[in-house]
Design a protein around this ligand. Structure first.
Ligand SMILES: [Zn+2]
Length: 112
């Protein structure tokens, strides 16, 4: 009976491991769903006028964080200053910009 209980214990441990693993996955999915559910929908800005179709109140804005690559001018400047300006700005930086989309004419554009 000793061998039997040992195997049972091992099976129980494996089952617990699987259960805990599933619990972690479920928690992650739940958290992701919670996060997406609590993100408030961005209402159309009533003051914005679409530059394309001139309609007011149809433009939706979303805040975006976009990685901005280094420009050629900045690279040359970094070389000239011995990389000092690179220390300040880095090779690439994330820039917050506003993404705008008109629901009337479906034109989309970014505002830096
Ligand atoms: Zn428009």
């Amino acid at each position: 009976m000793q061998i039997g209980t040992g195997t049972q214990r091992r099976v129980y441990a494996a089952a617990m491991e699987t259960f805990l693993g599933l619990l972690v996955v479920a928690a992650l999915i739940g958290f992701a769903l919670y996060k997406s559910a609590t993100t408030p929908p961005v209402p159309a800005n009533p003051h914005l006028v679409c530059p394309h179709c001139q309609s007011k109140g149809t433009v939706r804005t979303t805040m975006l964080k976009r990685k901005q690559g280094i420009s050629g001018g900045k690279a040359t400047g970094a070389l000239l200053t011995g990389g000092i300006s690179m220390l300040g700005t880095g090779l690439s930086r994330k820039q917050t910009m506003t993404h705008m989309a008109c629901s009337n004419c479906s034109v989309e554009w970014d505002v830096v």
